[in-house]
Write a protein that binds this ligand. Structure first.
Ligand SMILES: Cc1cc2nc3c(=O)[nH]c(=O)nc-3n(C[C@H](O)[C@H](O)[C@H](O)COP(=O)(O)OP(=O)(O)OC[C@H]3O[C@@H](n4cnc5c(N)ncnc54)[C@H](O)[C@@H]3O)c2cc1C
Length: 297
């Protein structure tokens, strides 16, 4: 049995560089003001999907919802071995909260047709809600396994997964199709393959053609470039609202019940300090104190 996997990946601003200046008046983020990276846990989700494909066969399709620049994340997925990538992008999706984001992603998955597994990262490092994966599962009407650390078995329409927590693990079983949110402890994501990078470096969405035409003047026109990329499987499809079966009132800012009013940076300041002697008694005393203060249990 082979498996059709879909991986949801997000291009995120490098949150080490978020300051008050990159937040706009309506509480949304000016992404173009920040360096963009592949959301770290999504690399683990992609790795898990690629391992399923290697072990059992099948396909890995990667979706991202975002602006045109998010194609870089899709190219990174191609360099690692994804079979197909799709950019879900439209001005109508702008300002989406997690509800509107998960609704849009669900509609894009509907367009892909039948699937066996959807993989998400556990959490994005910018929004940090960890809501999108569970919401997509709910909207698709499939079971979800969050905090997935490893797939223990996959057979006969069922999956057995080890979930990871701070203080232990749990083994759960569910039927396919299902959605997994994958933790950073799951695996070691592979680096981009040099061979794939050479093969896919020209992969582009139509919005990127003007820049590509400058880089490769041998193409006589955008039409010639489009035809060549399509022939070589390097044209990145862009799906907007008109390409999906959607209720437009559920998209973007209008479809978002939450509003970001303000972001505060919390700096924890030391008010007192205590020196612990590096002896068994000192460490024992510290643990007792932390238990007494309910810091650890
Ligand atoms: C009122 C409001 C307005 C907002 N406006 C904007 C805005 O204008 N521009 C903007 O960029 N953000 C905006 N956001 C943030 C946006 O809602 C989140 O970036 C998005 O919903 C994902 O949530 P998260 O980052 O918490 O992801 P999480 O729920 O933490 O992500 C979990 C996993 O879901 C998947 N995932 C998440 N997002 C995507 C995606 N876009 N594509 C594919 N897979 C994904 C990934 O696998 C990820 O690891 C807004 C949020 C609110 C509340």
């Amino acid at each position: 049995m082979t498996y059709r996997s879909i991986v949801l990946v997000k291009q995120v601003p490098d949150t080490r560089h978020v300051t008050g200046e990159v937040m706009t008046a309506d509480g949304t983020m000016n992404r173009s003001a920040l360096p963009a990276i592949f959301n770290p846990e999504d690399l683990h989700a992609l790795e898990m999907a690629l391992q399923v494909k290697e072990q059992y066969g099948g396909t890995v399709t990667v979706l991202t919802m975002g602006p045109l620049q998010a194609t870089e994340t899709l190219r990174q997925a191609l360099y690692r071995g994804a079979d197909q990538v799709i950019l879900v992008s439209d001005r109508k999706f702008a300002g989406a909260d997690t509800q509107a984001t998960s609704y849009t992603l669900k509609c894009a998955i509907d367009r892909l047709g039948a699937f066996d597994l959807v993989f998400c990262g556990r959490q994005a490092i910018d929004g940090d809600t960890a809501q999108v994966g569970p919401q997509v599962a709910e909207k698709l009407g499939v079971p979800q396994i969050t905090y997935a650390e490893s797939i223990l078995s996959l057979a006969d329409g069922e999956i057995v997964v080890q979930r990871a927590f701070e203080r232990g693990t749990e083994i759960v079983q569910c039927t396919l199709p299902c959605l997994l949110t994958v933790t950073a402890s799951a695996n070691q994501p592979r680096p981009p393959s040099v061979r794939q990078r050479i093969a896919c470096k020209e992969a582009a969405a139509p919005g990127e053609y003007p820049a590509l035409l400058q880089k490769y003047p041998a193409y006589a026109s955008a039409e010639a470039l489009d035809a060549d990329l399509a022939r070589r499987g390097l044209k990145i499809p862009v799906w907007g609202a008109a390409d999906l079966t959607v209720d437009e009132s559920l998209l973007g800012l209008g479809g978002s019940p939450t509003q970001v009013h303000k972001i505060n940076f919390v700096v924890l300041e030391t008010t007192e300090s205590k020196e612990i002697p590096p002896t068994p008694q000192g460490i024992h005393g510290l643990i007792e104190e932390l238990v007494r203060e309910y810091v650890i249990g």
